[in-house]
Design a protein. Structure first.
Length: 131
Protein backbone atom coordinates (compact mmCIF):
# COMPACT_ATOMS: atom_id res chain seq x y z
CA UNK A 1 0.00 0.00 0.00
CA UNK A 2 1.04 3.58 -0.57
CA UNK A 3 0.09 6.54 1.55
CA UNK A 4 -1.72 9.77 0.77
CA UNK A 5 -1.89 13.12 2.49
CA UNK A 6 -4.12 13.66 5.46
CA UNK A 7 -2.39 16.39 7.38
CA UNK A 8 -5.40 18.72 7.63
CA UNK A 9 -6.35 20.20 10.98
CA UNK A 10 -8.35 18.03 13.37
CA UNK A 11 -12.11 18.43 13.23
CA UNK A 12 -14.68 18.09 15.95
CA UNK A 13 -12.09 17.86 18.67
CA UNK A 14 -11.05 19.50 21.87
CA UNK A 15 -7.44 20.14 22.69
CA UNK A 16 -5.96 17.62 25.08
CA UNK A 17 -4.91 20.50 27.28
CA UNK A 18 -1.55 18.87 27.97
CA UNK A 19 0.45 21.45 25.99
CA UNK A 20 3.65 20.62 24.16
CA UNK A 21 3.75 18.77 20.90
CA UNK A 22 3.55 15.36 19.32
CA UNK A 23 5.71 14.03 16.50
CA UNK A 24 4.01 11.69 14.03
CA UNK A 25 4.63 10.21 10.63
CA UNK A 26 2.41 11.91 8.05
CA UNK A 27 1.92 11.59 4.33
CA UNK A 28 2.34 14.08 1.56
CA UNK A 29 0.49 13.44 -1.72
CA UNK A 30 3.60 12.64 -3.70
CA UNK A 31 7.32 12.27 -3.44
CA UNK A 32 9.57 15.33 -3.81
CA UNK A 33 10.22 16.26 -7.43
CA UNK A 34 6.97 14.74 -8.71
CA UNK A 35 3.80 16.63 -9.59
CA UNK A 36 1.26 13.80 -9.62
CA UNK A 37 -0.19 11.85 -6.67
CA UNK A 38 1.24 8.51 -7.75
CA UNK A 39 4.16 8.19 -5.35
CA UNK A 40 3.19 9.48 -1.88
CA UNK A 41 5.90 10.49 0.55
CA UNK A 42 6.00 9.70 4.26
CA UNK A 43 7.84 12.01 6.64
CA UNK A 44 8.00 12.82 10.35
CA UNK A 45 6.56 16.14 11.52
CA UNK A 46 5.84 17.87 14.81
CA UNK A 47 2.33 19.09 15.71
CA UNK A 48 1.10 21.33 18.52
CA UNK A 49 -1.10 19.63 21.08
CA UNK A 50 -2.74 23.00 21.80
CA UNK A 51 -4.05 22.93 18.22
CA UNK A 52 -5.81 19.62 18.92
CA UNK A 53 -3.21 17.18 17.60
CA UNK A 54 -2.74 14.61 20.35
CA UNK A 55 -2.73 11.28 18.49
CA UNK A 56 -0.68 9.71 15.71
CA UNK A 57 -2.65 7.51 13.32
CA UNK A 58 -2.07 4.93 10.62
CA UNK A 59 -4.99 3.50 8.66
CA UNK A 60 -6.11 2.30 5.25
CA UNK A 61 -9.06 3.55 3.21
CA UNK A 62 -10.50 2.53 -0.15
CA UNK A 63 -9.73 4.84 -3.08
CA UNK A 64 -12.76 6.70 -4.41
CA UNK A 65 -13.15 9.68 -6.71
CA UNK A 66 -13.94 11.75 -3.60
CA UNK A 67 -10.53 10.91 -2.09
CA UNK A 68 -8.95 13.20 -4.67
CA UNK A 69 -5.44 11.79 -4.33
CA UNK A 70 -5.88 8.34 -5.85
CA UNK A 71 -5.22 7.71 -9.52
CA UNK A 72 -8.18 6.87 -11.79
CA UNK A 73 -6.89 3.28 -12.08
CA UNK A 74 -6.80 2.95 -8.26
CA UNK A 75 -10.36 4.26 -8.01
CA UNK A 76 -11.50 1.82 -10.72
CA UNK A 77 -9.80 -1.10 -8.93
CA UNK A 78 -10.99 -0.06 -5.44
CA UNK A 79 -7.43 -0.05 -4.09
CA UNK A 80 -6.90 0.36 -0.34
CA UNK A 81 -4.27 2.99 0.54
CA UNK A 82 -2.46 3.39 3.82
CA UNK A 83 -2.10 6.88 5.24
CA UNK A 84 -0.25 8.37 8.21
CA UNK A 85 -1.46 11.42 10.12
CA UNK A 86 -1.61 13.48 13.28
CA UNK A 87 -5.20 13.75 14.54
CA UNK A 88 -7.27 14.41 17.62
CA UNK A 89 -8.25 11.45 19.81
CA UNK A 90 -11.89 12.06 18.88
CA UNK A 91 -11.16 11.94 15.15
CA UNK A 92 -9.11 8.77 15.53
CA UNK A 93 -11.92 7.14 17.54
CA UNK A 94 -14.35 8.13 14.77
CA UNK A 95 -12.10 6.52 12.14
CA UNK A 96 -11.91 3.34 14.22
CA UNK A 97 -15.70 3.11 14.26
CA UNK A 98 -15.98 4.00 10.55
CA UNK A 99 -18.12 0.94 9.78
CA UNK A 100 -15.99 -0.50 7.01
CA UNK A 101 -14.77 2.81 5.59
CA UNK A 102 -11.33 2.26 7.12
CA UNK A 103 -9.26 -0.73 8.10
CA UNK A 104 -6.06 -1.52 9.98
CA UNK A 105 -6.54 1.57 12.16
CA UNK A 106 -3.82 2.35 14.70
CA UNK A 107 -4.10 5.30 17.09
CA UNK A 108 -1.26 6.04 19.52
CA UNK A 109 0.22 8.95 21.43
CA UNK A 110 4.00 8.38 21.61
CA UNK A 111 6.58 10.04 19.37
CA UNK A 112 6.44 8.54 15.84
CA UNK A 113 4.42 5.57 17.12
CA UNK A 114 2.61 5.27 13.75
CA UNK A 115 5.80 4.04 12.09
CA UNK A 116 5.52 2.88 8.48
CA UNK A 117 6.13 -0.73 7.53
CA UNK A 118 9.70 -1.72 6.61
CA UNK A 119 10.45 -0.82 3.01
CA UNK A 120 8.42 2.40 3.07
CA UNK A 121 10.66 5.29 2.05
CA UNK A 122 10.66 8.07 4.62
CA UNK A 123 11.60 11.48 3.23
CA UNK A 124 12.90 14.56 4.96
CA UNK A 125 9.94 16.81 5.74
CA UNK A 126 8.99 19.12 2.85
CA UNK A 127 9.66 22.81 3.28
CA UNK A 128 6.44 24.72 2.74
CA UNK A 129 6.68 28.39 1.81
CA UNK A 130 4.07 31.09 1.51
CA UNK A 131 3.02 32.00 -2.03
Amino acid sequence: DQAIATSSSPTGSESSGSGGSITCYVTYPWAPGQDVPQSPAVYSAQFSRKDGYDTCAKFAFRCTAAAGTCTPAEVQQGVWRTTFSALSRATCASIKSGSGLYRDVTCCDAMNCNKPDPGTKVFQAPVLTAA
